[in-house]
Structure formats: structure tokens, C-alpha cells
Design a protein around this ligand. Structure first.
Ligand code: ADP
Ligand code: MG
Length: 693
């Protein structure tokens, strides 16, 4: 039965898909033909850039146009394992193609046939070879595509199946509604939307692919920013409990702190207190470099809230951080009779029940926790303030969910979002456009400047010597393990775990023998993590080998050495975050970036780390060098597509910004209606707290 293809056609009815593949598509979040159309490639193979065999270098992935000279018989090596080889040539020379377990291919590789071969060249003792290249026959009158798209996979789907399925739905592009007025498309040198989507799946030239990415990025950012501004005006129309300063004893809170607030902290507190006094909810971002003292500012807001007779909550991205915040808040707030409790998923069920009961009956003032806080089971009796730490890890969805959760009758909670990732202004508008911003642009006095050194891999002994010396002097050290590039199907977190475990083992038996060491990775249970962290904080262990789980917020003032293995594989902002784990006490601290790969480009990037300690400068440099992808690419909340990561640069962010500013107050202009409608749909899809997973 032939069915008419529309955007809502279920995926399994698409030609060649069916039940089993349909289920695999569903695992990728694709349920309809329209979803598939919006499933953009994650990368492209540039097969049209053909080189001569003899120009290829060892290890290079490249494209060759070859004629088959001869093909060997298929040899059965053992059961279920076969191999055959072909010799092929171009005008520059010849290469051997090796095929494992592909006996059926041998038949098509007859002498004289021509192929485009794509794969990795190895240069061995007997010359060049390519193992299991991807072959495309060269036929008369058909041109092979310059780019071949690469999609995210879920077995049993293969690239070929996805590509073919995409081809079947591509005609739908024609009926895609245009979101941008023609004049805008022309002014910003974009493509019509239908063309852009089609081009993204089947690129014709490098230039048009670039233009397609730019078009979709421009559109997406615009829609997202309109959605944020919509959210912002919605929040303004909500009610909240005004929190006043009167009779709260706030002065005694400030004088009880073990330090005087910096001017930046004072200014932020003032801004926050002004917001809290309003009868509509605060929605404010507190941005400050690592160590700038955001927690104390948050504590002041929490204090004010509780002394006004309401509850508050604080949410952190990891259990380690939540646990640490609980401790800090106790220190600041318990002297005033304020009761703070931890709520994380790693706690025993009975504990959780007890805390939830205390939140419901109002006997607990402040809950500190992870996402568990926003799950359905937690009810507050009267929550008026929600603090979210390290917000760049949360999406709009979570932000909205938290607001919904902390609803208090017909009133919304005030929200304070804290971020330690210095985000350049151009990006922060995109990520946090719905929030007002307070900036902590000053560090507490007396901080030692952290010395940063770049150490080539072969001189890594220097790093271990520095660790041994510092431990002998009573200090502590972090060693952060490399991010291993994960292949298409492998699991990055698992790879990191293996890397950290192996490194831990070899160091504790070798270079750091005799020093008490801990190991921390994302695959450990929450209570294991907490106890490893506690051992390090108390000094029971002096060296902590870890994956990037320590990245955010962890505070151990005695730690003075940070060693980062394969530093070149991290983004600069992430390196800056990691570096912020040290230099928190009064002792001299040193960050050692071990440079595993000797390329000038990565060395240049690392030099920025060595030469600047200002997080904003680091972030600007990162944005310039790597584009915004790393700020909200894969690791972000999935609110943006891949197109954005690859296409946008500072210039295009700026042009989107000026466009958004231009149209924000033209809600009634028919020309922009499709954009505003798309923003509305975006909020419906992403802004609904109940759909948080
Ligand atoms: P971050 O902004 O990275 O979250 P924290 O709130 O963890 O920073 O603060 C870092 C350290 O600085 C903590 O040990 C905190 O007690 C200390 N601190 C915060 N404010 C001040 C201040 N005004 N003077 C001195 N030390 C401060
Ligand atoms: Mg912090």
C-alpha cells in the first residue's frame, strides 16, 4: 500500500525502514518523517577531495580514485573469518586494498573497474594499503557527491540505511514553511530554509554547505532568543513573595562571615536583594570566575528568604557539589538557627523520605540537592527562592521545571542562577537571554596567582617531581586524566573510567609509590564518590586521580597542584575550570598542562592558558578558536542542533544579535510571525517542566 508522505508519516512506513529499523530510529528520537528531516548529519566525509596515491601520508584518511588491477581469491582463515586483497592504481602509483569478512565484495572488484575509495592509508614495508575502504563505483554520467554525510547511529542502523531513508523523505523539504522574510535571507546572505535543510543532508559544494549551516544556525539562534525573551516577559507577569530586609538581622549575618565581602560581591548582593523585594520573581544570573565567592552571595539570599519565613532550595549539577554546598551553608547559616538538609538520589530511601517530609511540613528551611530535587516526589511547604549552581549544565527545560516545582500557591519562586563558566557576552545572550546578570569581576584578596606551565609529554617526570615535593610539604594534588576520543559506538564515560583506573594503577606502583592516592570517576556510585572526595578533603589521601567529574565547584584549599594529562584535548574554558580547583588557599599553586600531541596549533592554545588567568579572556579566546560549539554543543542540553556548533562564529552571532534586537518589538509585524510562532512552539516543546527526563 502506498501512502502519501507527510511530515507526520510514522518512521516505520518510510521506504526500506519497517519495524526493527523503526525502533532503532525511535531510540535516536526519530518517530516521524519530519523528525528524520530534522536529524542533521553530525559530520561529513569530504570524499570529493581526491588525492594521488603517492601523495597520501601514513595514517591519513583520504579519498582516492582507483582502477582495479587484480583481486586475490577469498581466503578462509578460520571459521567466520576471511580475507581478500586487491591491487589498484591511479596514475601516480598503486595501493593494496584489504577486505576482512567481506567475501561478497570480491566479485565486484574485477580488473579494470573503477572506484572512489575512502579510508585510512597505512604505509607498511610493502607499500601502501587501505583496510576495508568505503567504495563507490564510478559510472558514466553519474557524478559522485563531494560530501557524504555521517549520522549518529543506533544499531542495527547503518550509515547507508540512514542516508537512503533520508533521501526518501527529502522531497518534504519543498513544503517546509519558510521562517525568514526574503529580505532577511538576502541581507544576511542565507538560503531559503527548504534549500538549507536539503543542502545539509546532500551538500553540493563546500560553499553551499557552509551557507546552509549558517542559515540554520541563524534561524535556530533567533528562534531560541525570541523564546527566551518570551519566557522572560512571562516570568515578569508572574507573582512572587517579596522578600524584605526588615527585621531579618541581615547585618548580623554579614558580620558573622569569616571575611569581608569584596566590592563585587557587595554589588551583586545589592542587586539580588533589590530583585527579591519585587512582587514578581527574580530571574538573575550570577556570573563569576571560579573562586570569586558566589556561594557566600547565594547564602545571603538564602538567609534573607528564610528570615522572611519561607523555604528555599539550592540545586547543584553533581552530588559531590551538593554535599559540599550543604556543608558550606551549614557553616554560614546554622548559627542563625537555619536548618539545611541534603537531598540527593544517592541517599537511602528512608533518609529521602524524612527530608521530603520535613520539606512538606516546613520544618526544614533549605534543601540542597541535585536534580532529584525537581522530581515529582518533592513538595515544599513554602519555597520562595531557588538557587541553581553551575547553570550552564542545565537547559531551559530544567530552569522552567525548577520554577514550577517551587511554586508556592499562586506564587513563583525567585530564581538565582550561578555560573562559573565565564561566557562571552555574545554567547551569554543566547544561553541566558531570559536572565538579568550580576557579575563578580573581582577575586577575594590574598589569592595567589596560579602559575601555569606547559610540559611536553616526554618531560612528564617534572610533573611527578613537583607532586612529590608538594605532598612532602603537606600539599595535595589533582591529576586529571585525558579525555579519550570516543568512537561512534563506544561510550566516552567508560573510556574515561578505564584511562583513569590505568593511570591510577601505574602511578601508585611507579612514580608516586608510597603516596596515599584516591581515584574518582563518573562510573562510581554517589556514596563511593563522596567518600573518595571526603578522604581527599581531609588529607587522608594526598593525590586524587580523576576524570573531569571534579570539574565544577569542588573546593579543597590545601590542593596546590593540578596536573592535566593530554591538556590539548580539552577546551580552554574547561581547562580554566579545572585550574580553578587549585589556588584556593594561601599557598603557591601550580597547574601543569601535559601536552601529549605536538602540534603547533594546540601548543598555541595552551599558551593562552599560560599567559592569562582571567576567565573571560580565556573564554573569548576559546570562542574565537573553536567556535561556540563547545559552549553548548553536544554536552549542552540538546537545545541546539549540530548545525549551530559548526556554523556559527563571532561574526554570525553578532549579526543574529542585531537581527533579534531589530525584531523584538515587532511582534505584530506579519513578516516575523513565523519566527515568533516557532519560538512559541519551542517553548511548548522544551519549556514544560513536566517533560523533564
Ligand atoms: P565560587 O565562586 O567558585 O563558587 P566559592 O564560593 O566556592 O567560589 O568561594 C571560594 C573560596 O573563597 C571559599 O573558600 C570562600 O569561603 C572564599 N571566599 C568567598 N568570598 C570571600 C571573601 N570576600 N574574602 C575572602 N574569601 C572569600
Ligand atoms: Mg561554586
Amino acid at each position: 500500500m502506498a501512502i502519501r508522505l507527510t511530515e507526520s508519516t510514522p518512521i516505520q512506513f518510510i521506504k526500506g525502514v519497517g519495524e526493527a529499523r523503526g525502533a532503532a530510529f525511535a531510540r535516536l528520537g526519530i518517530e516521524t518523517a519530519g523528525d528524520l528531516l530534522g536529524f542533521y548529519p553530525r559530520a561529513y566525509e569530504e570524499r570529493g577531495r581526491v588525492i594521488n596515491i603517492t601523495d597520501s601520508i601514513d595514517g591519513e584518511i583520504c579519498s582516492l580514485v582507483l582502477t582495479v588491477r587484480e583481486t586475490s581469491a577469498v581466503r578462509q582463515i578460520r571459521k567466520g573469518f576471511s580475507v581478500f586483497r586487491s591491487i589498484a592504481y591511479d596514475e601516480s602509483g598503486s595501493i593494496e586494498l584489504v577486505f576482512f569478512n567481506m567475501p561478497f565484495m570480491a566479485r565486484s572488484l574485477t580488473s579494470g573497474r573503477r572506484f572512489r575509495a575512502y579510508g585510512r592509508v597505512r604505509i607498511g614495508r610493502y607499500g601502501r594499503e587501505m583496510v576495508s575502504p568505503k567504495l563507490e563505483p564510478i559510472l558514466q554520467n553519474t557524478e559522485l557527491p563531494y560530501y557524504v554525510p555521517v549520522y549518529r547511529l543506533s544499531p542495527p542502523l547503518t550509515q547507508k540505511v540512514i542516508r537512503q531513508s533520508v533521501l526518501s523523505v527529502l522531497p518534504l523539504c519543498e513544503s517546509l514553511p519558510e521562517l525568514l522574510p526574503k529580505s532577511v535571507i538576502e541581507k544576511y546572505e542565507l538560503l531559503p530554509r527548504s534549500e538549507a535543510v536539503s543542502e545539509l543532508h546532500c551538500p553540493t559544494t563546500p560553499e553551499s554547505l557552509q551557507k546552509a549551516k549558517k542559515t540554520l544556525a541563524f534561524t535556530e539562534i533567533t528562534v531560541f532568543r525570541l523564546a527566551l525573551s518570551q519566557l522572560r516577559s512571562e516570568v515578569r507577569r508572574e507573582n512572587a513573595c517579596p522578600l524584605g530586609l526588615k527585621n531579618t538581622g541581615i547585618k548580623s549575618f554579614f558580620s558573622s562571615l569569616p571575611f569581608e565581602l569584596t566590592n563585587a560581591q557587595k554589588k551583586a548582593v545589592k542587586e539580588i536583594f533589590a530583585d527579591l523585594g519585587n512582587s514578581y520573581p527574580m530571574a538573575r544570573l550570577l556570573q563569576g570566575d571560579v573562586g570569586s565567592g558566589k556561594t557566600a552571595v547565594a547564602a545571603a539570599a538564602l538567609y534573607l528568604c528564610v528570615k522572611n519565613g519561607y523555604q528555599a532550595c539550592m540545586m547543584a549539577p553533581t552530588e559531590i557539589l551538593a554535599t559540599q554546598h550543604k556543608k558550606t551553608l551549614d557553616k554560614f547559616l546554622s548559627p542563625f538557627g537555619i536548618r539545611t538538609e541534603l537531598l540527593i538520589s544517592g541517599m537511602p530511601a528512608s533518609e529521602k523520605r524524612r527530608v521530603r517530609a520535613g520539606l512538606a511540613d516546613g520544618s526544614i528551611d533549605i534543601a540542597v540537592g541535585t536534580h532529584a530535587l525537581i522530581t515529582d516526589k518533592t513538595e515544599f511547604s513554602s519555597c520562595a527562592l531557588a538557587v541553581v549552581d553551575e547553570q550552564h549544565r542545565f537547559g531551559v527545560k530544567q530552569r522552567k521545571a525548577l520554577l514550577d516545582k517551587s511554586e508556592n500557591g499562586d506564587k513563583r519562586a525567585h530564581m538565582l542562577v550561578m555560573s562559573a563558566t565565564p561566557i562571552p557576552r555574545s554567547l551569554s545572550l543566547i544561553i541566558f537571554g531570559d536572565l538579568d546578570v550580576s557579575l563578580l569581576d573581582e577575586l577575594p584578596p590574598g589569592r595567589q596567582k596560579i602559575e601555569t606551565r606547559i610540559i611536553p609529554s616526554q618531560s612528564r617526570d617534572t610533573a611527578y617531581q613537583i607532586i612529590r615535593d608538594s605532598v612532602a610539604a603537606g600539599g595535595r594534588a589533582y591529576i586529571v586524566c585525558p579525555l579519550i576520543e570516543s568512537g561512534e559506538d563506544s561510550d566516552g564515560q567508560e573510556n574515561e573510567r578505564v584511562a583513569a583506573e590505568e593511570h591510577f594503577k601505574s602511578l601508585s606502583e611507579g612514580e608516586l609509590k608510597g603516596i596515599p592516592m584516591g581515584l574518582l570517576h563518573g562510573r562510581m556510585k554517589p556514596d563511593e564518590k563522596a567518600s573518595v572526595m571526603a578522604d581527599f578533603a581531609s588529607g587522608k589521601t594526598s593525590v586524587l586521580v580523576s576524570t573531569t567529574v571534579i570539574e565544577v565547584g569542588v573546593d579543597v584549599p590545601e590542593a596546590t597542584v593540578m596536573v592535566i594529562e593530554n591538556a590539548e584535548s580539552f577546551g580552554l574554558s574547561q581547562l580554566h575550570q579545572l585550574r580553578g580547583r587549585i589556588g584556593r588557599g594561601s599557598r603557591r599553586s601550580v597547574c601543569l598542562l601535559i601536552h601529549g600531541k605536538n602540534s603547533d596549533e594546540s601548543a598555541d592554545r595552551l599558551k593562552i592558558m599560560r599567559d592569562t588567568s582571567d576567565g573571560f579572556k580565556v573564554a573569548e579566546a576559546d570562542l574565537e578558536k573553536r567556535g561556540p560549539g563547545d559552549f553548548f554543543g553536544v554536552r549542552q542540553s540538546g537545545e541546539f542542533s549540530v548545525a549551530l556548533a559548526g556554523a556559527s562564529d563571532i561574526k554570525m552571532l553578532a549579526s543574529t544579535d542585531s537581527f533579534v534586537k531589530e525584531i523584538l518589538n515587532q511582534r505584530d509585524n506579519e513578516e516575523y510571525k513565523p519566527l515568533f510562532d516557532a519560538a512559541e512552539r519551542f517553548l511548548e516543546r522544551n519549556g514544560d517542566g513536566r517533560t523533564v527526563n
